[in-house]
Design a protein around this ligand. Structure first.
Ligand code: UDP
Ligand code: MG
Length: 319
């Protein structure tokens, strides 16, 4: 059991990659929100917002610097290079966990409704360790993004991951959840899968996902696909099982076919056409390459994990 804190220190962590177009507005909205909660004595005056600059190449860091110098509630962390959304978020969570009772992660483009932050904090105060923000409907997403996401969550569920559907890294985690997270040393990080794995008590809050305030999505199709694939292969070896099952079924079919071909040898009717010989050859070749490819993917993953390279490197920190 843990003690319930009346005025907890809340940290909002937001990874930013080339977000100069939205950052000023985001900072303003989050700062106003925090100051309002402090004023109403719902959270500690030590609460803060931390922007993590994930190696941006535009003026993002300059904006963070300026804002951090103007206001005590704004902090900034500059990573040495671009490490991707998941690792940038991890950098923020692990860096700021020591100074906070709970951390809320949110994207810098304000696609997630900041108005539920207060409800998240209330849940935390009632003793909940993980509060997931979940999108009600994907009204602002394209037809393609909506349906590919649906398929992805369906597959993840089939593969026994207890991931929360339509939850996109907008969540509150208590101090002890982040402490537990720091023990997960995997390089192929997939937070949406790991947090449910940690356990503790959880709650879900639903909200409407909005349009990006400005700027473009940093997740083009190619990145999205690799993100989904990483999610699947980091959490399950179902694809490996699938290919072995496929291989076995095909082996049985081939066995039956050769039995037929063999009896035909004695009865005198030769097997008509070369198709029945050539077709399985191509078919099996394809299956084999496919299987080797999947095994290769996993070996690649193991390779990355074995190297144990640091997941992020901090360049500068402004508190
Ligand atoms: N982001 C990041 N590093 C990257 C790509 C994205 O820190 O390499 C941040 C980005 O600034 C944003 C969040 O991750 O705050 C989500 O990105 P985006 O909004 O582009 O994704 P989408 O909402 O389109 O899935
Ligand atoms: Mg976005």
């Amino acid at each position: 059991m843990k003690n319930v804190i009346i005025k907890p220190i809340i940290g909002i962590v937001s990874p930013c990659y080339n977000e100069e177009q939205v950052l000023e507005e985001t900072e303003k909205q989050l700062r106003t929100l925090i100051l309002d909660l402090v004023e109403r004595e719902l959270i500690s005056e030590k609460s803060f917002i931390a922007f993590i600059d994930d190696g941006s190449r535009d003026g993002t860091w300059e904006i963070i610097q300026k804002k951090a110098n103007q206001s005590v509630v704004v902090k900034g962390l500059k990573l040495a290079g671009n490490v991707g959304h998941q690792n940038a978020l991890l950098a923020g969570l692990l860096t700021y966990n020591t100074g906070a009772d709970a951390l809320i992660s949110i994207d810098a483009d304000l696609q997630d409704d900041v108005q539920i932050i207060e409800a998240m904090i209330q849940k935390y105060k009632s003793g909940i360790d993980v509060v997931y923000g979940v999108r009600k409907e994907r009204m602002t997403d394209t037809f393609f993004k909506k349906n590919s996401a649906l398929l992805f969550y369906f597959l993840m569920k089939k593969m026994k991951s207890n991931m929360i559907p339509n939850h996109a890294d907008y969540r509150l985690c208590s101090n002890r959840v982040i402490n537990a997270l720091s023990d997960f040393n995997e390089v192929n990080l997939f937070l949406r899968g790991i947090i449910p794995l940690i356990g503790f008590n959880k709650e879900i809050i639903y909200y409407d996902r909005l349009e990006r305030l400005a700027g473009n999505s940093k997740f083009p199709f190619r990145k999205m696909l690799s993100f989904a694939w990483n999610g699947i292969t980091s959490f399950s070896n179902f694809p490996l099982k699938l290919v072995s099952a496929l291989g076995f079924i095909i082996f049985i079919i081939c066995l039956l076919m050769s039995g037929y071909a063999f009896t035909a040898l004695f009865t005198g009717d030769t097997v008509p056409g070369w198709l029945s010989t050539v077709l399985p050859m191509y078919f099996l070749g394809g299956i084999q390459l496919f299987s080797i490819g999947i095994i290769g993917e996993y070996i690649g993953k193991i390779y990355a994990e074995v190297k144990q390279r640091p997941r992020y490197i901090i360049d500068e920190r402004i508190d």
